[in-house]
Ligand binder design. Structure first.
Ligand SMILES: Cc1cc2nc3c(=O)[nH]c(=O)nc-3n(C[C@H](O)[C@H](O)[C@H](O)COP(=O)(O)OP(=O)(O)OC[C@H]3O[C@@H](n4cnc5c(N)ncnc54)[C@H](O)[C@@H]3O)c2cc1C
Length: 380
């Protein structure tokens, strides 16, 4: 396979080996895990054994010593296994829960939480969203109050991926009475006394564990503070760029196979005496889908390159988030339509693909929030 920049031949070799492993070990179970609305914790350990939970992390912490591009390969490949929920659970651990510990943690914190996370021995979650604060993250209400030797945490988080199974939750809380941009901090909260979770049912990503987490008088020591006191808003913003990149790498990874399967189906199935693909309306639709999958990949790789090379990538990342999530949703919907009644059946992959793709324009910052960011970047 020829490498497309920013990827090199080395990344393509990694892609081949990761794809082979995921096709053997995860893909055959994807449908069952979606039906069970859960995938086993064992999956984290299996991935860790192959080094796939630590591609971008340093070897001194048990990682593979690679970088964001190696991780990007893994994200795209995970999106192909046919379970948005499994990809989301692994993605939350690798792409949103552990990066803040790597970037902002002390050496001790890295040893305590990042090393076991890379080894698949501890599962992480990122807890920012609350029942009353989603897009408007600065208005979050979960409170850490100073007590002797540490902090007491009270409040509630919601829609948290890995919220039931996580051993530690990288959690945003208010550390001043007013909270807001200069009054939020992060703590790593371990599951234990005062931490309770309840799983939520949802439209798609069924295999992922999305939960509400309540904290009631949870004590954490000063050593659980991640980064600067009252500097949490910066950490949220730093994390968002990679979270969004991960979401659109996921979208482009998820789009290619459905397109290929749908065009094959359109070649095979006949109506009115000829294959569906010979009807101009269907042929044109497939041409649109091929163009859409290709252009989504181009904007994604462009944003990834800018991010990787340390350019100011805010506009490119925001535009790519907007374009790819809608494109993925529209492509899945068109694939279902081209499969007709079969596409609507619960046992058919298109039904799940449509439900899984619906989250894209909401998660990691909604379309409306992306447009507000772009408005600022474009000076509107
Ligand atoms: C399956 C799933 C997994 C998730 N995983 C995690 C996780 O692991 N960790 C985590 O912290 N969060 C997680 N989230 C939360 C997710 O990031 C939020 O749902 C998202 O940011 C939107 O916040 P909200 O749901 O509170 O919607 P709201 O902020 O209440 O928005 C409601 C609507 O109002 C619109 N809106 C808001 N502000 C504006 C504005 N200024 N102008 C115009 N329109 C506006 C929004 O675009 C949206 O359409 C997850 C969500 C889901 C559904």
């Amino acid at each position: 396979m020829t490498a497309t920049p920013p990827f090199s031949d080395e990344h393509e070799e990694l892609r081949t080996s990761v794809r082979g492993f995921l096709e053997r070990e995860l893909a055959p179970h994807a449908q069952q895990w979606e039906r069970d609305e859960w995938f086993p914790d064992e999956v984290f350990r299996k991935l860790a054994k192959q080094g796939l939970l630590g591609l971008k992390y340093p070897t001194e912490l048990g990682g593979q010593g690679g970088d964001w591009l190696h991780e990007a390969v893994m994200i795209e490949e995970l999106a192909r296994i046919g379970s948005g929920g499994t990809a989301a659970g692994i993605g939350a651990h690798v792409n949103i829960a552990t990066p803040p510990i790597w970037k902002f943690g002390t050496q001790e914190q890295k040893e305590r939480w990042l090393r076991p996370a890379i080894a698949g021995e501890a599962i992480g979650a990122l807890g920012i969203t609350e029942p009353g604060a989603g897009s408007d993250v600065a208005s979050l209400k979960t409170r850490a109050s100073r007590v002797d030797g540490g902090w007491l945490i009270n409040g509630e988080k919601t829609y948290i991926t890995n919220g039931v199974r996580a051993d530690f939750i990288v959690t945003a809380v208010k550390t001043t009475e007013e909270g807001g941009h200069n009054g939020i901090s992060f703590f790593v909260i371990e599951r234990g006394e005062g931490v309770t979770s309840s799983k939520l049912k949802k439209l798609g990503w069924a295999a992922s564990d999305t939960a509400t987490i309540a904290f009631q008088d949870v004590f954490v020591g000063d050593d659980a503070l991640l980064g600067e006191l009252n500097g949490g808003f910066k950490l949220i913003m730093a994390n968002f760029q990679w979270e969004r990149l991960a979401m659109f790498l996921c979208a482009v990874g998820a789009m290619q196979l459905p397109y290929e399967r749908t065009s094959e189906n359109a070649r095979q199935r006949t109506a009115f005496g000829m294959p569906l693909s010979k009807h101009q309306a269907i042929r044109h639709k497939l041409a649109d889908l091929a163009s859409s999958a290709h252009s989504a990949r181009c904007v994604t790789y462009d944003a990834l390159r800018r991010f990787y090379e340390g350019e100011d990538s805010l506009a490119a990342v925001t535009m790519a988030k907007l374009l790819t999530q809608r494109a993925c949703m529209d492509l899945m919907d068109a694939c279902l339509q081209i499969h007709g009644g079969l596409g609507y059946m619960a046992e058919h992959w298109t039904e799940r693909a449509v439900r899984d793709a619906r989250l894209g324009p909401i998660g990691g910052g909604t379309d409306e929030v992306m447009k507000e960011i772009l408005g600022k970047v474009l000076g509107l």
